[in-house]
Structure formats: C-alpha cells, structure tokens
Write a protein that binds this ligand. Structure first.
Ligand SMILES: [Fe+2]
Length: 254
C-alpha cells in the first residue's frame, strides 16, 4: 500500500495545481491513500468549503490543518461537520472540528492525527500527551496510523516522531513550507520526514510575494502578505507499507 502526504497547499495556485496534477501523480505512483495539509488553501489563508471541495475532488482523502485552520470564521461549521477534515488535536476541545479521524478504506482502518507544535508557536496542550491519549483511546480501532505534526522547530518534530517510533506507522512534519531531505525509517519502524514542504508558487518566499516579505523583514513595516503567482510545484512524501509496516519512505516533488 502506498500513502502520499503533501505539504501545505498555498492559496489558489496551490489548489489549482493539485486539481490539475494530483490524479496523474497518484496514478503514476500507484497511490492508495492521500493526506493533504490544507491550512493555507483558502484565498487569504485558512481552509474553507471551496478549497476543500476542490482538493477532495482532486484526489485528497483527508485534509489536515495547522495554526491557520481557524482563519475563516464562516468555515467553522464546515470544519466541524466534514468527516474528512481534521484540525490540530491539541486545540481546546470547545474549538470547532476534531483532531483525528479513522478512515476505513476496506482493507485498512487508517488513523490520521493532526497536532500543533508548541515551540515558537501557540502555547497549546502538550503534543506528546495529546497523541498518547488518542492512541490509548483508539487502541484496537485502527490498523495504520499517521501523524501530521504542524510545527516550527525541526527538533520538536524529530522528538515527537522519535517518542512515537514503533507506535505510529508514519510521522510527517508540516508548516515550514520547505521540504527536508531526511525521509527515513526510524529504528522501531516508523517512517519519518521532518517537513513535507508545500504545494504552491515556486518564485516566492514560502508561497508569498517576495517583496512583501523582504519589506516586512528589512523595514519592520506592516505589509499585507499576498500569495505569489507563476509556476507551481508540489512536495511531500510517499510511504510504502507492507504487512502494516513501513518498508520505504521517499520525499517527492512534482
Ligand atoms: Fe502553518
């Protein structure tokens, strides 16, 4: 079985790119299940009904979130109700949506968890404890398990992956929009990559128009971030699973 995970889809260009290219990539690589981080997929950040609809019809099975997931207030109902959208599990329980799901695809029941890092980010509940509690609660209800840890610090992502080595099928990081080249199988068998990267415009700074970011950093003046335009690409990782163990993981770019 092959599982594809794609990093932060950024703006209309990222959504459009997957609409035009995801099916073909899935066919070529024989992908059985696809997880897409969609927390920046709506026009103007966040996730909404429209961007989610296009991503699902493009071939995504599950959409995950991050620190921007609640940017669009009118989308709260949608995030709350859609069975295949998850938001970080360590947000307070009262927030819309859910932090994990179990996707029944016939031969496997795939647990997908989304959690936010807490280093250089919001002070949410402990990601270690949050994931541990979910695994305890759902024990016996799933056959494969994947974690999207949406975090700034590479060390935090590596620490969480290492802590759950052998307990999760795969762990992948998101949020930095930059793909790391460290895809590997950890000693106890969990497939891991520190960050998947993104799907969005290439000539940009993390998907945003370069001049806006440079001005903000150089002049310390407020500048409205706008998504860049032009040629796009998608990056992520493919996990190969045999007998419910990861036998391969590779970073991909298309
Ligand atoms: Fe993020």
């Amino acid at each position: 079985m092959k599982i594809l995970a794609i990093g932060d889809v950024t703006g209309d260009i990222g959504v459009e790119y997957l609409k035009n290219n995801l099916r073909k990539f899935k066919q070529t690589e024989n992908i059985d299940f696809t997880i897409v981080n969609a927390e920046n997929s709506a026009s103007g950040n966040g996730l909404d009904r429209n961007s989610a609809k296009v991503l699902f019809s493009a071939g995504a099975d599950v959409l995950t979130g991050g620190n921007h997931i609640f940017r669009i207030f009118p989308a709260y109902n949608f995030i709350d109700e859609n069975k295949f959208v998850i938001r970080p599990a360590n947000f307070p329980e009262e927030c819309p949506g859910k932090g994990y799901l179990i996707y029944d695809c016939g031969m496997e029941r795939i647990l997908v968890i989304n959690v936010l890092g807490t280093m250089f980010m919001e002070a949410l509940a402990c990601p270690f404890k949050t994931v541990e509690d979910i695994l305890k609660k759902e024990k016996g209800n799933y056959t494969l398990s994947f974690l999207d840890i949406h975090a700034e610090a590479t060390a935090e992502k590596a620490a969480v992956a290492r802590y759950f080595d052998g307990k999760l099928t795969g762990v992948f990081g998101t949020h930095t929009h930059v793909q790391t080249s460290d895809a590997r199988i950890l000693p106890q068998g969990t497939g891991f990559i520190t960050d998947l990267g993104m799907c969005g415009p290439i000539d940009s700074i993390l998907g945003v128009k370069c001049d806006r970011v440079i001005d903000r950093m150089k002049l310390h003046l407020p500048r409205k971030f706008e998504y860049a335009e032009g040629e796009a690409e998608a990056t992520g990782a493919v996990f190969t699973v045999e007998n419910r163990r990861v036998t391969g993981i590779k970073g991909i770019r298309f």
